[in-house]
Design a protein around this ligand. Structure first.
Ligand SMILES: [Zn+2]
Length: 1083
């Protein structure tokens, strides 16, 4: 899923794990040998097809988890959201015009036999009407202009689906059956059944006695009436299973699916039906088949279900949007990690891979899409319905969490790359906004095919934008889903920041087609293999495809990057990258910054100590070894080490280096002391912000790849050849080149996931260098110096004065990366100082620091500079820089008078926010009204974010009422507004009244969506700064914690946070009084 949590969280004790999780690594890597051997006779002969279709199968969906996207920048958001200046109002993405845009054909992909793939040159973006060409009468038969010939499946040899298996249940008509033939029982560990007690299965993980090899899923949604509360769907799931050990029970996952009928077929004995038990606690169903299934034999289980539909953003759900005055719906899926079981009964663990086919029954006015290409459409039936069949290729085994399909009035754009049909899909009115995603999607597909040296596995890749989604993107194989804001790009409306966001997420999801889809984690404890790799690879891919964006530098300060996750991993309640998880709640909780950003950061470190060549070949080796299978991190170490040995690499024991980086929470700080002219002493310790917690981790050491440079060589491009491995607590380095040096800087380009502290003389030398000529230090290390100094000071390991002096040189700093690091610390400071009497002086100080950077980047046409300008302009207005406010408010007034006025999209965030802040209720009201009528996803996001820029408490409360009590905002947008409110300086003061009035509604609205609810809780908890607030928040949020120990720890974390803020406040107040004029002038 997509990573994109846009809400920045320092840490959230409520969703972190305890330290006891170090878990014995269960490395049972079961290799799925059987999958490759299976030949399913899924080829549906023409004359069989109707009956097959009638027998309905079900569909599975999947979804991606992506931590909530929003890179939207809130006033107090620590996120490094960029804003940039679109100097020339750019016309069209020059970067993407190359060649392939020529054949971006946006015809609609309806099945329509007349439309040959690949032949269309023109770009018309109408969305495909559902098969106007298929006339009644002729459609009895299936038009099988189908795709690939499936060489693997030989006709004749396949033991195809016998029709007895499908036959079943003539009495039960789809959708009409009310009765439950199998008795459903309640959720107890034991159930009474006609006098005897049945013990329900007691484990979280499925038994290994049965393995699925093939699913045929038929889905028939009832989604056409005006009232979505009545939406439901019928589903039939046919599962081919291999019996591994003799058993008489089939246990698989299912949640909220009403089983209408089922049977199991064993060829010699015919169709059977035994007893069924719902095991609610374990989210399973147990089918007692009434005979002994024999090891080595194959069986076919058919289950017919009916389930309701909701807008819960989980499983199969409806996503509403307005088309003119009409509310319409796209039905879409989000399965990851454990919601496939909500859509159809299945073996819902990543290691139970199987081949899937789908059949979707629909009305003619809608279109359906799924993981696989559509081979044919049958229909209409007597009721006017068509059935789309997606059944090839049948050679790609897939985990259930990757299953996906979608149904709605969809538009399409189509092109192709490397013989892969590539399409973007959205509601029809937005289809032209998918053109950019199509262009970059193909670029990244090409990039990864080349990088991994492994072709993409499916004949097509679709990317669909859906109006509501809990994550920004989800990598379903062949059908990637995105929240609209993460995929739709409008030239002249969307900002450069939006463009980067869409680009990064697209690269992330396409990277998953290899890391995650081709090779999946054996179990969710290795989720980081998916998310860490996709995160690192997205920066790498964007950097290679758009080198002028300098994305590889930005990953240091990005939300999903190194410095941000260090701030979430520096306390005792953090958790290791590899973490033991069992039930669905635990699994969902690790879709967090540790898995994504720390995972990505340690992979980047691995890339450094192995070097590019060995790293890349090692990854290819890993992916090829485990193609269509699952793997653990131990398998990855093995592949990389094998490659390192082949390459005669000096750092070949990958596991020895990486173990503690992924098995231990937290990370080290290296103290560098210059003992004499030529000797450095390096000492490591665990870095935790709190001294008491630090002492609890005093025995942990990491194997640290330490690399340094000095003022004499100034070499920030060192390689693995230059590494000094710090393995124990301490070591000395003797280097004659140190003799005449003044400063040294450790951890060049911050390749290692650790902080560096220095003795005072070395800090003084570094600060001097920043003041005299900062450009001799690499921009990443300038950012590192700021970030390390401030965090060391907050931890009591460095004098605050040194941290404060890292800001002194900023008035000559013009690079995005160090400025982003500085702004993060400045926002932290601002948060502490907000109520202090010296806050005005602090604003004055900031205005002087930011002015040069503001003027320097204005008007640039360079991408990197434009991003920089957006960042700086936003801050400059917030700190009251007169020029910035004047420009912004004038532009805003003109826009209020003329809604058609074109505003530079890179500055919209700043202009709208400043306009609302200084414009009172009138300005706020206009923004709200324009939000309501805007049809543009980008514009709506800008307007929505501006609503929380007001500084009037009563307007905040009015906004809260609108969000919680009306349907003005979509569910996802409502969550983002709440999060933004708590990040703003005024909104945080209204926290307790909000909780008092609306908390139960928040829980009710978002209970089903743990990702959004988690982000809301994080926004509420991150600004606790007083004992009273602490008490109140604990009452609201922590009382549900079952464990007294854990509650105590959480309380300790908050206290520590409050104390740190107070210490920081004292130090900064003193410093401001001594060094700066406290007589605050108006601006
Ligand atoms: Zn992901």
């Amino acid at each position: 899923m997509c990573l994109c949590i846009q809400t920045i969280v320092n840490f959230n004790p409520l969703v972190s794990f305890t330290a006891e999780n170090d878990a014995p690594i269960e490395v049972i890597n079961i290799i799925e040998e059987s999958l490759q051997d299976i030949t399913y006779n899924t080829v549906i002969e023409t004359d069989e097809i109707e009956s097959v279709a009638d027998v309905s199968q079900d569909i599975s969906n999947e979804s991606e988890e992506v931590p909530a996207e929003d890179h939207s920048v809130e006033e107090e958001d620590f996120d490094t959201s960029y804003h940039e200046y679109d100097g020339e109002n750019s016309e069209s993405i020059p970067d993407f015009e190359n060649g392939q845009a020529e054949h971006t054909e946006s015809e609609s992909l309806e099945p329509i036999p007349e439309v040959e793939q690949g032949q269309s040159e023109h770009i018309e973006s109408e969305s495909l009407e559902p098969i106007p060409e298929v006339e009644q009468g002729q459609s009895e038969h299936i038009e099988s202009e189908s795709l690939e010939p499936i060489p693997e499946v030989e006709q004749g040899q396949s033991e195809h689906i016998e029709s007895e298996s499908l036959e079943p249940i003539p009495e039960v008509e789809h959708g009409q059956s009310e009765h439950l033939e199998s008795e459903s029982l309640t959720t107890h560990d034991a159930v009474e059944d006609s006098g005897y007690t049945h013990e329900l299965y007691g484990h979280i993980r499925l038994p290994q006695s049965i393995r699925p090899t093939f699913y045929d899923i038929w889905v028939f949604p009832h989604m056409y009436g005006p009232d979505p509360e009545l939406f439901s769907y019928d589903c039939e799931t046919i599962i081919h299973i291999n019996c591994i050990e003799n058993t008489s029970v089939v246990i698989l996952h299912s949640v909220d699916n009403h089983v209408i009928d089922w049977n199991i077929t064993d060829k010699p004995q015919g169709s059977k039906q035994g007893r069924l038990y719902y095991n609610y606690d374990k989210e399973m169903i147990e089918f007692y088949v009434g005979f002994t299934m024999v090891a080595g034999h194959k069986y076919i289980l058919t289950i017919r279900t009916n389930s309701s539909l909701s807008n819960s953003l989980r499983g199969l759900y409806y996503s509403p949007y307005n088309d003119g005055n009409v509310t319409k719906y796209i039905l879409t899926t989000m399965m990851e990690p454990t919601d496939a079981r909500r859509v159809f009964p299945c073996f819902d663990e990543p290691d139970f891979k199987a081949v899937f086919i789908f059949e979707i029954k629909r009305k003619p006015e809608v279109t359906s899409v799924a993981n696989l290409p559509k081979r044919l459409t049958i229909g209409p039936d007597e009721d006017g319905y068509y059935t789309d069949i997606f059944d090839q290729p049948q050679t790609v085994p897939m985990s259930t969490y990757l299953v996906a399909f979608a149904i709605g009035e969809l538009g399409f754009l189509e092109s192709s790359v490397n013989n892969i049909t590539f399409r973007t899909i959205s509601r029809k009115s937005a289809i032209n906004q998918t053109r950019y995603a199509l262009d970059i999607g193909m670029k990244f597909m090409e990039f990864f095919e080349d990088y991994f040296q492994i072709p993409y596995s499916l004949p097509k890749e679709d990317m669909i934008a859906v109006p509501t989604m809990s994550f920004s993107g989800m990598e379903h194989w062949g059908l990637i889903t995105y929240r609209e804001s993460a995929m739709l790009y409008e030239e002249g409306v969307s900002s450069l920041d939006d463009k980067e966001w869409i680009t990064i997420i697209t690269a992330h999801e396409i990277a998953h087609q290899w890391f995650g889809n081709l090779v999946s984690p054996y179990w969710w404890d290795d989720l980081w293999l998916n998310e860490g790799f996709a995160t690192y690879m997205m920066y790498l891919a964007v950097d290679r495809v758009f080198p002028e964006w300098n994305m590889i530098n930005k990953l240091i300060v990005d939300f999903r990057g190194v410095q941000n996750v260090m701030n979430t991993d520096d306390h005792i309640l953090s958790h290791p990258v590899y973490v033991s998880v069992n039930d669905p709640v635990e699994i969902t909780q690790i879709f967090d910054l540790i898995s994504y950003a720390k995972g990505g950061s340690v992979i980047r470190m691995m890339n450094f100590f192995l070097g590019e060549d060995t790293f890349r070949k090692g990854l290819t080796r890993f992916l090829k070894t485990y193609t269509f299978k699952t793997a653990t991190h131990l398998d990855l170490w093995k592949s990389l080490s094998e490659q390192a040995v082949i390459d005669n690499h000096k750092n070949s024991d990958v596991m020895a280096v990486m173990n503690n980086w992924i098995l231990e929470e937290n990370f080290p700080v290296v103290m560098v002391t210059k003992k004499d002219d030529v000797t450095l002493e390096l000492t490591q310790s665990a870095f935790l912000r709190n001294a008491e917690q630090r002492s609890m981790r005093s025995n942990i050491t990491w194997k640290i790849p330490f690399v340094y440079t000095t003022n004499l060589d100034g070499n920030f491009d060192q390689t693995y050849e230059d590494i000094h491995w710090l393995e124990g607590k301490t070591m000395t380095v003797t280097d004659q080149n140190l003799k005449d040096s003044t400063w040294i800087i450790g951890n060049v380009q911050q390749y290692g996931f650790y902080r560096v502290n220095y003795d005072v003389a070395l800090w003084e030398a570094i600060l001097d260098q920043l003041m005299t000529n900062h450009t001799v230090i690499h921009p990443i290390n300038r950012a590192q110096i700021i970030n390390d100094a401030w965090n060391l000071a907050r931890a009591g390991m460095l004098d605050f004065k040194i941290a404060l002096r890292t800001f002194d040189y900023l008035d000559s700093e013009t690079d995005f990366v160090p400025w982003s690091a500085a702004i993060r610390e400045i926002k932290n400071l601002k948060s502490s100082l907000l109520m202090s009497s010296v806050y005005g002086a602090f604003e004055n100080f900031m205005r002087t620091r930011i002015k040069k950077a503001y003027l320097d980047s204005a008007g640039s046409t360079n991408h990197y500079k434009r991003i920089q300008y957006t960042l700086i302009a936003n801050e400059a207005c917030k700190y009251g820089l007169e020029d910035c406010i004047k420009d912004a408010t004038e532009t805003f007034e003109a826009w209020m008078a003329d809604s058609n006025l074109r505003i530079n999209p890179d500055l919209k965030e700043s202009i709208y926010c400043t306009g609302v802040k200084y414009g009172g209720y009138r300005a706020w009201h206009v923004v709200l009204q324009r939000y309501k009528i805007s049809q543009s996803t980008s514009e709506k996001r800008f307007l929505m974010n501006a609503l929380t820029c007001t500084d009037k408490p009563w307007i905040f409360n009015k906004l809260a009422d609108i969000v919680m009590e009306t349907d003005t905002f979509l569910k996802t947008d409502g969550a983002i507004i709440i999060i933004n409110m708590f990040k703003s300086s005024i909104g945080r003061l209204l926290k307790l009244p909000f909780l008092d009035k609306h908390w139960s509604t928040v829980l009710e609205t978002y209970r089903e969506d743990i990702n959004l609810l988690t982000n809301i809780v994080e926004a509420i908890t991150r600004t606790v700064s007083s004992e009273l607030e602490l008490k109140m928040v604990l009452e609201f949020l922590v009382e549900k914690e079952k464990s007294a120990t854990r509650t105590k720890l959480i309380e300790g974390i908050y206290k520590m946070q409050a104390e740190t803020n107070n210490n920081q406040l004292d130090a900064v107040e003193k410093w401001l009084r001594v060094n700066y004029d406290l007589d605050v002038s108006p601006s």
